[in-house]
Structure formats: structure tokens, C-alpha cells
Design a protein around this ligand. Structure first.
Ligand code: APR
Length: 317
């Protein structure tokens, strides 16, 4: 069996770091694509990364390019293309710009890798993944978004820091959209098998959930320029691994939910089983009243984001 072919669109911080994690874990050969304006930059990053392989000890072909030719027939495509919000730019400006970018990316993926599983990372995530689904016309199982693995990893990190235990022993789940309205699930959080509420007070737990919710903003304010990329890229590589190794991981992802959770045709963060076919199953949990209320609020926020995007796209057309 040959190696998997992994294309990463956007050779910026998240894209290049994701290429690094994927190559180091020998998940497959990697193609880094960016826009022509970046000229030889993707080639430079790819060659640099390849030259780490004899030292670290991985076999992977890594190429960089500014056209989709070398990406043809990819098994997995990761979308990190986009721009970060610049000073003076409104959220709607960012939404419209990135929606245009992911639309063109999705058209290219459709034309060159029609059998790929697509993992969207560009923000605002819940709207971008919906747009990629719409434009590619791929089955919903083959289009998903990375948000939950990252949000949950932040939450797990803070829990481990608070309790002074290994991050490996912290198992958790967060649901809903990426950002302000993410839904904490204390009933699905445990440490070494012990339910979290037996180890932490409600107040402490809420403070940690809040920190996880604002995890992206905290990094932005520390970095001053740009946004988080190590953890977002690692989270994405975990999803790539689930596909190329057919792992059947049970992880949170932005997945298309129609009847599931009564969402009605939108992408929201839910637990899924990820394997070679992409999102092979949305795992439906019975939510308690508090979780349901938070989830409903989150879904409403996602719907309104998508509505704004659709209006902006219609205006621009
Ligand atoms: N096709 C391919 N690449 C593109 C396109 C396009 N149409 N438009 C922009 N890009 C590229 C840029 O040239 C840049 O190299 O996407 C890259 C984005 O990289 P960064 O600016 O470093 O941004 P990064 O930190 O990687 O974040 C990328 O992921 O987590 C999200 O919020 C984040 O939406 C952002 C995305």
C-alpha cells in the first residue's frame, strides 16, 4: 500500500506547522499549497522540512507549490487558507474575505481531489466549513472542521495544570461552535476515570471552562502578532491521523448535523467517530437541561454567522 497523500492549503503558521506534525508522525507525503503571490515560499518551507527528516528520522516527501497540480488525488486536504483580522477590519470584513478565499480553495479541491476527506481550519470555522461543504458538494461525511480537538485540548491542559496531574489522564469533551458559545460538558470530563466534579468545585471548573473558551484570544494577546498555531496544527494532525490510519477516534469535530441533535443542516462541534471515510458517525448523547440550553445557544450563534456569510456573499456576487 502506498503512502497517504496529504495536501495542506495555506503554508502559513498553522499550515506549515501542521505539515511538520504530519511529516514527523509519518502520516504520509505532504503537499503545501499557497497563492502565487507567495512565490517560492511554500517550496522553501517544504524543502526545509524535508531536510529535517534524516535528523528526526521520518520518510515523507514534502513539496511546496502555488498551483493545485501537485495536489491531485489527495486522500486528505487540510484548509488553513485565509487572512487574520487586521486592525480596523470588522468581523464581517474578515468573514467576507475568508469566505471568498475558502470558496476558491473548495473549487480547486473539488476539481483536483474529488475523493478527499477535507478538514477545514480557517476561521470563523463554523461558517468556513459550511461554505466548503456547499461549494465542493462532497458528502457531508467527507467535510469537517477542526475546532473541538483544540478547544478540548486547551481545557484538558488547564485541568491538568490545576490538578497537578498528567495531561494524559484528563479526558474531556466540549461541544458547540468554536468560540464564545462553546458548550462545556462536565458530565463528560474525567481524570483517571474519576468524574471531574469529585475533584474540583463548580467555581474552579467554570473558571477553567472560561479560560478554555478564551484560549485563542489569550494566545493572540500574548503573541501580539498573529494567532495560535502549534496547538491548532497538532489538533488538525490528529484528525489527519484518524483518517489516514483509519483510527476510529472518538473526538469532537465540527460535523454536519441535520437530524442529529435536531440542528437542521449546519456544522457544529459534536463528538464523532473519525476514520478512513472521514466523519463516520456523529455520536448523539442525551444532553441534560443545562447542556441543551448551552448547545441551543451555540447552534443559534452558528446559524446567524452562516446567515451573515450568505448575505455578504450574495451582496458581493
Ligand atoms: N489559497 C491558498 N492559500 C491562501 C489563500 C488562497 N486562496 N489565501 C490566503 N492564503 C494563505 C496565505 O498566503 C498565508 O500563507 O493562507 C496562509 C495563512 O497563513 P497565516 O497568515 O500564517 O495564518 P495562520 O496563523 O496559519 O492561520 C490560518 O487558520 O486557525 C486559523 O484563524 C486561523 O483563519 C486562520 C487560519
Amino acid at each position: 500500500m502506498g503512502r497517504a497523500k496529504i495536501t495542506i492549503v495555506g503554508a502559513g503558521n498553522v499550515g506549515a506547522t501542521c505539515a511538520h506534525w504530519c511529516a514527523a508522525a509519518e502520516l504520509g507525503d505532504v503537499v503545501l499549497v499557497d497563492i502565487p503571490a507567495t512565490e517560492s515560499m511554500p517550496k522553501g518551507k517544504a524543502l526545509d522540512l524535508m531536510q529535517a527528516s534524516p535528523i528526526v528520522g521520518f520518510d515523507a516527501n514534502i513539496v511546496g507549490c502555488t498551483d493545485y497540480g501537485p495536489t491531485a488525488g489527495s486522500d486528505v486536504v487540510v484548509v488553513t487558507a485565509g487572512i487574520a483580522r487586521k486592525p480596523g477590519m470588522s468581523r464581517d470584513d474578515l468573514l467576507a474575505t475568508n469566505a471568498k478565499i475558502v470558496t476558491s480553495v473548495a473549487e480547486n479541491i473539488k476539481a483536483t481531489s474529488p475523493g478527499a476527506v477535507v478538514i477545514v481550519v480557517s476561521n470563523p470555522l463554523d461558517a468556513m466549513v459550511q461554505q466548503v461543504f456547499k461549494v465542493t458538494g462532497f458528502p457531508a461525511s467527507r467535510v469537517c472542521g477542526q475546532a473541538g480537538v483544540l478547544d478540548t485540548a486547551r481545557y484538558r491542559t488547564f485541568l491538568a495544570m490545576e490538578l497537578g496531574v498528567s495531561v494524559e489522564d484528563v479526558s474531556a469533551l466540549l461541544m458547540g461552535g468554536h468560540g464564545d458559545t462553546m458548550v462545556p460538558m462536565p458530565s463528560c470530563t474525567s481524570v483517571g476515570g474519576i468524574p471531574i466534579r469529585r475533584l474540583l468545585s463548580e467555581d474552579k471548573l467554570n473558571a477553567i471552562v472560561d479560560r478554555a473558551r478564551n484560549g485563542g484570544a489569550e494566545i493572540v494577546s500574548l503573541l501580539k502578532t498573529g494567532s495560535a498555531y502549534y496547538a491548532p496544527a497538532a489538533a488538525t494532525a490528529q484528525m489527519v491521523e484518524a483518517v489516514v490510519r483509519d483510527k476510529k477516534r472518538l473526538i469532537p469535530a465540527a460535523a454536519y448535523c441535520d437530524k442529529e441533535y435536531g440542528v437542521g443542516g449546519y456544522y457544529v462541534g459534536v463528538p464523532v467517530i473519525m476514520g478512513a471515510q472521514g466523519v463516520e458517525k456523529v455520536v448523539e448523547l442525551k444532553l441534560d437541561a443545562e447542556e441543551q440550553a448551552a448547545f441551543d445557544k451555540s447552534v443559534a450563534a452558528v446559524k446567524s454567522l452562516v446567515k451573515t456569510m450568505d448575505e455578504l456573499m450574495a451582496k458581493a456576487a
